[in-house]
Design a protein around this ligand. Structure first.
Ligand code: UDP
Length: 239
């Protein structure tokens, strides 16, 4: 397979065309942004770590019957994925209150939620990704009700698989964001699953091991991502 021209550059990844129209080439960047691009920076090693952590999670999910867009890892910071027709809904799952949920509902950070909360956000930079419900998704024609019920079912399963895997590694899965797309009419998990898109806390010390270290200027961002990688794979990251 051949890496062709750049199709799109996002905040954390570059997407290239390949010689196969069904496949895209993804390069993970070290750039970090938060608060809708208002806060910008770079975290050295982040691109490699997020590529490897995402691939680890996608393989774990595949072993549990959940298909993702991952086709192959190409280098430390690159993977080849299936080209998806993206569904413009971000799916957020929450087990413990943090971030915007804490703010919106006045729930102190760290409150254990009695059951998993599923939220949808409309992927639209101009509107700053507003929270939407099933009716909004329907009137905006972002996905059909049948597709949304399948997406919710897959997302809840992803939560169970990741939660159990992380718990064995003394990590709590606080919340995370998923994106889905269509490939030959089939709903497939896309984008990434990494400390950029999840909140992970050490089970014992409650130390934050995710992008909140960047958002909140807590320091040791790279070390936190490395620690997640080490816990997941049992290996030190040597990039
Ligand atoms: N998230 C993300 N991309 C976004 C918004 C949220 O990956 O554009 C992830 C975020 O890292 C967290 C979860 O989704 O794990 C819930 O985020 P929240 O709604 O609390 O928003 P935030 O506090 O990041 O503004």
């Amino acid at each position: 397979m051949i890496k062709k021209e750049l199709l799109y550059e996002g905040k954390a990844k570059k997407i290239f065309r390949t010689d196969d129209p069904n496949l895209l080439w993804v390069e993970y960047k070290d750039d970090a942004t938060a608060f809708n691009g208002l806060k910008k920076g770079a975290v050295s090693g982040k691109g490699e770590l997020n590529n490897k952590i995402s691939a680890h999670f996608f393989r774990l999910l595949a072993q549990n019957g959940i298909e993702s867009h991952l086709v192959a890892e190409k280098s430390h910071r690159e993977m080849v994925v299936k080209s998806l027709q993206i569904i413009r809904v971000e799916v957020v799952l929450r087990n413990i209150a943090a971030g915007s949920l804490s703010k919106r509902l006045g729930l102190p950070e760290g409150t254990v939620l009695p059951s998993t909360v599923v939220e949808y956000y409309y992927k639209n930079d101009e509107l700053h990704d507003p929270l939407v419900n099933d009716d909004h998704i329907r009137i905006l024609d972002l996905a059909t009700p049948e597709q949304m019920s399948e997406i919710k079912e897959i997302a809840l399963k992803v939560n169970e698989v990741l939660r159990a895997h992380l718990a064995e590694r003394e990590l709590d899965l606080i919340d995370f964001k998923l994106e889905f797309g269509l490939h030959n009419g089939q709903i497939i998990l896309g984008d990434e699953i990494s400390p950029d898109t999840c909140r992970f806390w050490d089970k014992n010390t409650r130390k934050k091991l995710d992008k909140d270290r960047f958002r909140q200027d807590l320091g040791d961002v790279e070390q936190a991502y490395r620690e997640v990688y080490r816990r997941l794979t049992g290996k030190q990251h040597t990039g």
